[in-house]
Design a protein around this ligand. Sequence first.
Ligand code: F6P
Length: 360
Amino acid sequence: MSQVIGVVTGGGDCPGLNAVIRSVAKAAIRRGWQAVGIIGGYEGLLAPQRTVALEGDLLSGLLVRGGTILGTANQGKFSAKVGHGESRRLPVELLDETKRGCEQLRLSGLVSIGGDGSLAIAQQLCEHGIPIVGVPKTIDNDLAATLMTFGFDSAVACATDAVDRLHSTAESHRRVMVLEVMGRYAGWIAIYAGLAGGADVILIPEIPFSYDSICAKVREREQASKHFTIVVAAEGARAAGADYVTSTNQPQNREARLGGIGAQVTEEIQRRTGKETRSVVLGHLQRGGSPTNMDRALCTIFGAKAVELIAQQRYGEMVAFTGSQISSVPISEAVGKLRTVPLDGGFVTAARSLGICLGD
Ligand code: F6P
């Protein structure tokens, strides 16, 4: 009898999910296996199981299509992340029920495509005897053990485009423009997009900032007859000694929703320098739309590698990009360890060499 492998997407969506689904399905079919998609995240594994056969026309056009055709969830029974760096053990009854679901579907392997939360669940499912492998997904790029997650490059492309657009309007109006980007507690999107877009100030969670330093940069530019300034602020950036800024509507039993630092920085710059200042929150635009070429290629390689791991019965491993090759690591090495922007790394060093203000 031919093998059946399942594919499940969990956590927040991001560009490239469908490209991974396509790659897994195609690589499985080439081996003579069947591939089924689990609908709505891990909950689709529970009775009555919700699945779709990944074959035929359904796979057409997926490489470039944003979102996930399977749906996803970052809340509900399988929400493992509760706070910054904390995760929750799933109840044994839920683990049993999930295992029964996989058996009823005759799954000989399950590919879990997710970020820190979904992969922490994958790890628990694996310890409970479910043959699972992981594919690292998140626009935040904050997973340990891989140099890049898919979705990140697409988010950076979106943020860089926003910085480019803000340049022309900032220059025309002689304004300060503040762009708030996502990334949770890591500043990867902010530093990549800030450097790629030529921002003057980049604020990342890894470097607590002072308003004096930001405003000094605005004034320095004024004196140099540069009458506009572009600030990129990660949503997790915070003033030295202050807490993270969170949106007013906080979810229960889930990670805090960050947001609002851009508006605070905007108000403070205007108050202190007298320069007209505006803010833009890029928000979920960073998670929507078609993946970049880089992400399409990465997703395709990741998906094929995940199928190879299942063929070799290397359960409990996650596909990883090490810079020179695509390899795999135990899922346990990737989860629960936030990968942040190194303060002595190339990005921070280059920013400082160019005189970009990092807020310190
Ligand atoms: O982890 C991905 C991410 O987009 C973060 O950058 C952001 O803080 C969060 O998810 C937003 O989550 P939600 O979709 O629940 O608003």
